[in-house]
Design a protein around this ligand. Structure first.
Ligand code: PLP
Length: 383
C-alpha cells in the first residue's frame, strides 16, 4: 500500500498517461479507434470505455471520490441514464428525490414508462419520505444534495441506513458539491454521479459525465454503457484531465468566495433571503456540516419586492446571466424564467421558487469585484 497522497497531488498526478517515448510532462492523447489484440482479454475500443486516456482518467476520478473504480461519459445525462438503466428492469421501482436536476426528471418521466419501470417522487428531501415510499420492488433510492435551486440538503447517512436495511441501491448526483466538497461513497452511497460539464470541467468548455463506485457496480454499469454508447471522445478526455489538475484549487477558491458572498448578501437590505448550506440560517446547516468538507460554490437569493429579477440581471456588468454553472466565471440564472418556467406560478411557489429568486454560481473573481457589480445593479434596478 502506498501512502494516501494529498488532494492536489492526486489531482495532478493520479491517472497520468505516461509518455514513455518522449518523456513529455503531460499525458499524450491516444486518438486510435483501433488497437492490436493484446492477448485475448483486452479489446481496446472507444465505446468499450477503455482507450488509454479513458482508462487512466477513470483512475483519477475514482481517487477523487475514494471509490474503487469509475467511468467517464459524454455528458452528465449519459452518466445518469447509463447508471440507472444498468440496474433497472421491467417491473422495478425507483424512489427519486422531488427536487432534482430538470434533465434527470425529464429522463425519468418520459422514458421509464416505455420500459415498464415504476417511479415515485418524494414530497421532500427527508429520509422518512423515502421510507414511506419503499415497496417490495424498490431497487434504487436516487438523491441530489445540495439540490437545485434552493440548495436543499439530504442526509446521506439516513438514506444509506434506510437502503442497507432493505438491500436497495443508492445513487447520488454529486455535481453541485464536486468531489472536493463531498465524497458520498464515504457515507455508504453506492453510486456517485457527476455532470463533469460543471465543476470537473470547470471552464465552461467541456460536456462530460462521470460515475464512481465499487468495481462490481462499475462493471455492471459498463455492460449497459457499451450498449448505450455514451462514451467521451479522447480529445475531450484529455481536456478533462487537464481541468481536473486544478479542480481543488478552483473549487476551494470558489467555495471560499461563495461563503463570503452568502454572508454579504444575508446582510444586504435589498435581499430578502439567502440559501446557502454554509450559513447558520440554512435549515439543514448541521447536516451539511456533518457530510460536506466545504459548502460548495452554488447559492441562491431572493431579491426584495421593489427589484425586478430580469432588470437586475440585465444591469449586471461582470456577472453573466447564463444557463449553466460552475465555471471560473460567476453566473446567475432566474429559475422562474428558465429552469422552472414550465411550471405554473402556484407550482413554483409550492416549491419555494419566487419570481425574485436568483441562483448564483460563484466564480474565482475577487469577491470585492462581485459585490461592487451587485451593488451597482441593485441601485439601477430599484423601481
Ligand atoms: C448539468 C447537470 C446535469 C446534466 O449534465 P449534462 O452534462 O448537461 O448532461 C445533471 N445534474 C446536475 C446537478 C447538473 O447541474
Amino acid at each position: 500500500m502506498t501512502k494516501k497522497r494529498g488532494i492536489n497531488t492526486t489531482c495532478v498526478h493520479v491517472g497520468e498517461v505516461k509518455d514513455e517515448q518522449f518523456k513529455g510532462a503531460i499525458s499524450p492523447i491516444y486518438m486510435s479507434t483501433s488497437y492490436a489484440f493484446d492477448g485475448v482479454d483486452v479489446k481496446r475500443y472507444p465505446r468499450y470505455y477503455n482507450t488509454p486516456n479513458q482508462e487512466m482518467l477513470c483512475k483519477k476520478i475514482a481517487a477523487l471520490e475514494n471509490t474503487e473504480d469509475a467511468l467517464i461519459f459524454s455528458s452528465g445525462m449519459a452518466a445518469i441514464s447509463s447508471a440507472m438503466l444498468a440496474f433497472l428492469k421491467r417491473g422495478d421501482h425507483v424512489i427519486v428525490q422531488q427536487v432534482i436536476y430538470g434533465g434527470t426528471y425529464n429522463f425519468i418521466v418520459s422514458e421509464f414508462d416505455k420500459y415498464g419501470i415504476e417511479y415515485s417522487f418524494t414530497e421532500s428531501d427527508k429520509a422518512d419520505d423515502f421510507k414511506s415510499l419503499i415497496k417490495e420492488n424498490t431497487k434504487i433510492l436516487y438523491i441530489e444534495t445540495p439540490s437545485n435551486p434552493l440548495l436543499g440538503i439530504t442526509d446521506m447517512q439516513a438514506i444509506t441506513d434506510l437502503a442497507k436495511e432493505k438491500s436497495i441501491l443508492t445513487m447520488i448526483d454529486n455535481t453541485f458539491a464536486s468531489p472536493i466538497n463531498q465524497n458520498p461513497y464515504n457515507f455508504g452511497i453506492d453510486i456517485v454521479i457527476h455532470s463533469a460539464t460543471k465543476y470537473m470541467g470547470g471552464h465552461s468548455d467541456i460536456s462530460a459525465g462521470a460515475v464512481a463506485a465499487s468495481k462490481e457496480h462499475i462493471e455492471q454499469i459498463w455492460s449497459t454503457a457499451i450498449n448505450l454508447g455514451g462514451n467521451l471522445s479522447d480529445q475531450t478526455v484529455w481536456l478533462l484531465e487537464r481541468s481536473l489538475k486544478t479542480l481543488n484549487l478552483r473549487v476551494k477558491e470558489q467555495t471560499k468566495n461563495a461563503q463570503f458572498m452568502a454572508e454579504y448578501l444575508e446582510n444586504n437590505e435589498n435581499i430578502d433571503a439567502v440559501y446557502y448550506p454554509g450559513l447558520k440560517s440554512h435549515p439543514q446547516y448541521e447536516i451539511a456540516k456533518k457530510q460536506m468538507k466545504g459548502f460548495g460554490a452554488m447559492l441562491s437569493f431572493e431579491l426584495s419586492e421593489e427589484i425586478d429579477a430580469m432588470d437586475f440581471q440585465r444591469n449586471l456588468q461582470l456577472i453573466k446571466p447564463s444557463m449553466s454553472l460552475a465555471g471560473l466565471e460567476s453566473t446567475t440564472v432566474s429559475p422562474a424564467q428558465t429552469t422552472h418556467a414550465l411550471l405554473s406560478e402556484d407550482q413554483r411557489l409550492e416549491r419555494g421558487i419566487k419570481d425574485g429568486l436568483i441562483r448564483f454560481s460563484v466564480g474565482i473573481e475577487e469577491p470585492e469585484d462581485l459585490i461592487a457589480d451587485i451593488e451597482q445593479a441593485l441601485i439601477k434596478s430599484i423601481q
